[in-house]
Design a protein around this ligand. Sequence first.
Ligand code: HAM
Length: 450
Amino acid sequence: MITKPKGCKDIYGHEAKIWKYIDSVVDSVMEKYNYTYIRTPIFESTELFHRGVGDNTDIVTKETYDFIDRGKRAMTLRPEGTAGVVRSYIENKMYGDLNPVKVYYSGTMYRYERPQLGRNREFTQFGMEVLGSDDPMADAEVISLAVNIYKMLGLKGIKVKINSLGDTESRNRYRDELVKYFAPHINDFCCDCKERLAKNPLRILDCKVDRENDILKNAPTTIEYLNEESKKRFDEVKEYLDLLQIEYEVDPTIVRGLDYYNHTVFEIEADIKELGNNNILGGGGRYNGLCEMLDGPKTPGIGFACGMDRLANALELENIDLPLNEALDIFLLYVNEDEKKYAAYITQELRLAGFTVDTEYTSRSLKSQFKQADRLKAKFIAVLNSEDLDNNEIKIKNTKTKEEEIISLDALIYYLDEKLGMETEEDFEHICQCEGEDCNCTDCHCHDEK
Ligand code: HAM
């Protein structure tokens, strides 16, 4: 048997419905914030990630899927989405458009990592990027957009952690300080960190091998080395977050594992023990130099990406009841060949009228067909019977109330419309909009908790 590659996943059935639901929420929230969809290639020139993500990052040195194509070009499966979006921004001269350019994406990314819960080799991210604004308001908007997606999905206990790496001057000061701090102890660190000390000491801070080393844990933090301008900028970001009522915590240990960041960096965590160290649902930050690094015009940028695999896990682990609409409106059953043809015809008519419909395809016994209707959670079933059909009638049963009726075939669409419409209204009555505060209604679930 040929099996899937290590660290990859097949997503199907109930899980696929969760993914589609997340996608729909992401689309709708992104649209509300006026972000437009962008789709860039899954593979790009290797050079893009070396220059964009950073030659000394773990992602580029150890985790990329690189290949030489048949034209002998060095290519890499994208390990993240930002570099590709910025490449596209430059190549398509989007800077000539209305600024800022606000885009969002969703797609598979590839990193050669040790697979575990919440960490795969092929994984999906959705993310957004804002190019062309250096305003702290944009930083707060990106953070609030991410938080609101999690809230819309019903996730509880998410934590926003923010930090600032400051501008180039602050980062350089911090870099020098780190070298001074780590140099006397560097022999206690892994081989990679020894190399990082000279090339990129910030990367020692997110080393997966030396994570527990006390020297690393007590390293100086970025915040202590921010110059006045960077401090002021960070304060403004926090003021906007307060204004938008986004709760956050300043965590000076956040430096992020990609080289392009400066100023604001942030991560959003789920409060779920089972996810262990992989409870960071998403992260992002500002990358004001990236566009120039990739030969584009000087353009500030900020963005965020969320791991869909981790998010879907978190929703399952928190037992969030998502409105997945898994039920069929109606399932049509039949016994003989004539009825089967009717089933094919009526199924088609009902689908064209907008109902979710299925029927039997393998001519199984009626008992098996009833079981199938049950498995598909059909709200109505219709048992086609030649005698009824000859009279232009159909027998229909509400699977919840067990009520059975024989109705005219001509009235079927009208009948379902009315019955299913009523059901939606009934369901709607139970969704309380008051969020439990000062609620006077009598039949919503928030009263159960009071
Ligand atoms: P990142 O922190 O490398 O940032 O990835 C963002 C999220 O992708 C992580 O928080 C995690 O949820 C998910 N993720 C990363 N690696 C894996 C993996 N191996 N398996 C499953 N999920 C994973 C970025 O990628 C930046 N491009 C974010 C950004 C956008 N910064 C600015 N704009």
